[in-house]
Design a protein around this ligand. Structure first.
Ligand code: FES
Ligand code: FE2
Length: 456
């Protein structure tokens, strides 16, 4: 029933606000042969932590598909459809073999690529192994995570080797966290830096550094090739201007810079705190599969704890449903509570987006366009390495000394965000360690030339 504006503005109007709005299936349904599911299947995504794959096969669910992940006795990883090609017994009860996995029921042996190696109860001349392959997906392992590609074989893209994954002195510690909700409400969170002011700082207490509580000046920029969005997130904290750049790479990669960043001194692009993927399990469950980064130039206050990073655990507050009681979650809610409490699949028609939600709205628009483009026959743009090195990324912190004066400080923050964001963007063609030096040189040169008159 339509509500009049008068009814919606009235107090005690619960009766008029009961909504029958539905979720947005174009962005939230990810099973096989759905438009979004087809789109997501064009990308490599992590499916498990290597540490989960031991002597026994592991049942994993990704994009609504039930799969079995295993490592055969010669060390190769396989990701196969759960149900045996013979009579559908689950391969989670299969016996890992020297080569592949053997179904428990009648002993058919499947290689990691789906080839049927043996059908021992059938005649030796059985045509089945020649005529049939079991459902299988390519996998690759990197720094404790297992990635898979679930799309059409002929469309398999290059693996997105980001420039943050091989930085000298940085250790990547894998982790995975289960969320009982749709993937999108978790994946869109990094485009909303304002929640850090409230959820992570002002509403209860500072989960990270108190500087997160300063209201930022934020700009969002789609990449020209439609591979994602980067934002500049600028704050004043005492005598420093802190410019944080971060990106979402479509469909669901995000890299929050140092999560324990303390803007108490000048810093030039020291690295990132996390590289993460949000992976749909099914339409009402998802998983963050990620690395925490540890290194000498990150977390200078020593707040991180690598021993608390792993399966359903990570070393900052409010990220899982198992570390704390419901009451503790109510007393000090974190990302987990804020995101799962939107519902199993959030209803966009029931939202009221404001100016702080521009990044979330832009991300949804870009996803929707990519999904529709693919449905119309146009393959999505993949991340590409720059010649000679890895896929360049934008995430990092630049913190410069710029004491407040009688100039308009918000205008100054906006100008500094734009200029420093431009410098970080324009240096993407440079390998990361040399790029840091170049960013510092260019930022110092720009500030040394005097801050623009427009900021006075
Ligand atoms: S069901 Fe697997 S071999 Fe028969
Ligand atoms: Fe958060």
């Amino acid at each position: 029933m339509n509500k009049t504006p008068g009814q919606l503005a009235r107090r005690y109007n619960g009766y008029h606000r009961v909504s029958d709005a539905r979720e947005d299936p174009e962005l939230t349904r990810t099973g096989p042969h759905t438009p979004c599911g087809e789109y997501l299947r064009r990308f490599w995504m992590p499916v498990a932590m290597s540490g989960q794959v031991g002597e026994r096969p592991v049942l994993v669910k990704v994009l609504g598909e039930e799969l079995v992940l295993f490592r055969d006795l010669s060390g190769r990883l396989g990701l196969l459809h759960k149900h045996c090609s013979h009579r559908r017994a689950s391969l989670e009860y299969g016996i890992v073999s020297e080569r592949g996995i053997r179904c428990c029921y009648h002993g058919w042996l499947f290689d990691v690529d789906g080839a049927i190696l043996e059908t021992p109860g059938e005649p030796a001349a059985s045509p089945i192994p020649r005529k049939l392959c079991h459902g299988a997906y390519p996998v690759r392992e990197l720094a404790g995570l297992v990635f898979a590609y679930l799309g059409p074989p002929e469309r398999r893209p290059e693996f997105p080797m980001l420039d943050t994954l091989s930085l000298p002195g940085v250790e990547l510690v894998p982790y995975a966290i289960d969320y009982p909700c749709n993937w999108l409400q978790v994946a869109e969170n990094p485009m909303d830096p304002f929640h850090s002011v409230f959820l992570h700082t002002r509403v209860t207490r500072a989960h990270f550094n108190p500087a997160w509580g300063a209201m930022p000046v934020v700009d969002w920029h789609p990449f020209e090739d439609h591979t994602g969005i980067y934002l500049t997130n600028v704050r004043r904290w005492e005598d420093f201007i802190w410019v944080r750049t971060a990106e979402v790479l479509l469909p669901a990669i995000a890299q929050p810079p140092d999560i324990f960043q303390n803007p108490d001194r000048e810093k030039f692009f020291p690295g990132v705190g996390i590289t993460k993927w949000t992976v749909p399990v099914d339409d009402t469950h998802c998983r963050i599969i990620a690395w925490r980064h540890f290194g000498e130039e990150l977390d200078l206050d020593g707040k991180g704890d690598r021993s608390n990073v792993g399966l359903n655990k990570v070393d900052f507050l409010g990220q899982t449903g198992i570390e704390r009681s419901y009451e503790e979650g109510q007393a000090m809610p974190g990302d987990y509570e804020a995101q799962i409490s939107q519902g199993p699949i959030t209803v966009h028609a029931g939202e009221r987006l404001g100016t702080t939600d521009k990044g979330v709205a832009l991300y949804r628009r870009m996803l929707r366009r990519a999904i529709r483009d693919l449905a119309a026959g146009n393959e999505p743009q993949q991340l590409r390495p720059r010649p000679g090195h890895q896929v360049p990324t934008m995430a990092g912190d630049v913190i410069v000394r710029a004491p407040a004066s009688n100039r308009d400080d918000v205008a100054l923050q906006r100008i500094m965000g734009r200029e420093i964001g431009r410098i970080v963007y324009e240096t993407m063609g440079i390998e990361r360690s040399a790029r840091r030096t170049e960013i510092e040189r260019r930022v110092r040169a720009w500030i040394g030339a005097g801050l623009p008159a427009g900021s006075a």
